[in-house]
Ligand binder design. Sequence first.
Ligand code: NAP
Length: 294
Amino acid sequence: MKRSIAVVGTGRMGSALARALLAEGHRTTVWNRTRDKAEPLAALGAVIAPSVLDAVSAAEIIIVNVSDYAATADILRDAAVASAIRGKLIVELTSGTPHGAREVADWCARHGASYLDGAIMATPDFIGTDAGTILISGQSQAFQENDAVFRALGGNVQHVGQDPGRANALDSALLALMWGALFGALNAIAVCQAEEIELSELGSQWTATAPVVEGLVTDLIKRTNAGRFASDEETLSSIAIHHSSFQHLLELMDARGIDRSVVDGYGFIFQRAITAGQVHGDFAALSQFLGKAA
Ligand code: NAP
C-alpha cells in the first residue's frame, strides 16, 4: 500500500528523496523553509505544504532531511508540530551523531511518535537507484512495516540495529575511512606536484593500486576483530616494513618542503607501537594504539 509521506527539507538531498518517492507513486507532501527549492517537485506531483504543521498533518511518515539536528529541532520543537506527530513515524535522514539520534528518538517517544534514524551513504544522484545505500537504525518493526517506502529510496537500504544511534555511528566510522583515503590523496597530489609527475599518471597508478589498498583495509579489520596482532604466516606486512617506507615519505616531503599536517598523526601512532615493543607486529597491532583504551 502506498503511504502518505512528508519530506521536510528539500535541499539537494531532500529533493532527491522526494523525487524517488514520487517516482514510485507515493503520495508526497514537501516543505522547505525557502519555498523556491520545493517548487520543481510540484511539477512531479508533490504537494507543497505552506507550513511544517501542514506537511506533518498531511502525512503518516515524516522524512526530515535538513542540514543538521539543530535545524531539525527548530522545525519539530514547535508545540503544534510536536502534538501533530503523535501516532506517526519520523524518519530522520539528516546527518548527525549517535548521541543526537538517541536524543531525538527519546523526544519522539515522549510525543507518541515512532522514530527511525538514517545515515545516507550516497550522493543525491544515487538516491532511488539500485546502488543507493542508506543505513537505518531504531525500531525494526517500523522499518519492516514501511519496506516499500525505503525500497523507493535505494536498492541498498538496510536496517542496522535497534539502537537509533547505530546508523550515525557507522556513518562516522565509514567517513573516517573515506577521509583517510581523501586526505591521503591530497598528500599524494602534493608529492606528485613537487616531483613534477603528471596527476593523470597518479590517477592511473591509483587505479592499479586500489585493489591492493582495499585488500589491506579488509585484512586490517579482520585481524583486529580476531585480535591477531602478532606477525604470523598470513601477515601481509609488519609495522617495521610500513614504518621504514613511511620514513622515505617523510624524507621526500621534508626535502620538498611539503606540509606534514596529514602524515604527522601517522608518525605518532607508529611511535606508540614502537615504544611498546611491537615494531615487528602485524600492521593491525597499531589498532591497539588508537582506540578507546590507547
Ligand atoms: P543543502 O542542499 O544545503 O540543504 C540543506 C537543507 O536544510 C535546506 O532545505 C535548508 O533550507 C534546510 N535548513 C537548514 N537550516 C534550517 C533551519 N534552521 N530550518 C529549516 N530548514 C533548514 O544540503 P544537502 O546536501 O541536501 O544535505 C542535507 C542533509 O543530507 C545533511 O545532513 C547532509 O549531511 C546529508 N547528506 C547529504 C549528502 C550529499 O551528498 N548532499 C550525502 C549524505 C548525506 P533552505 O533551503 O531554506 O536553506
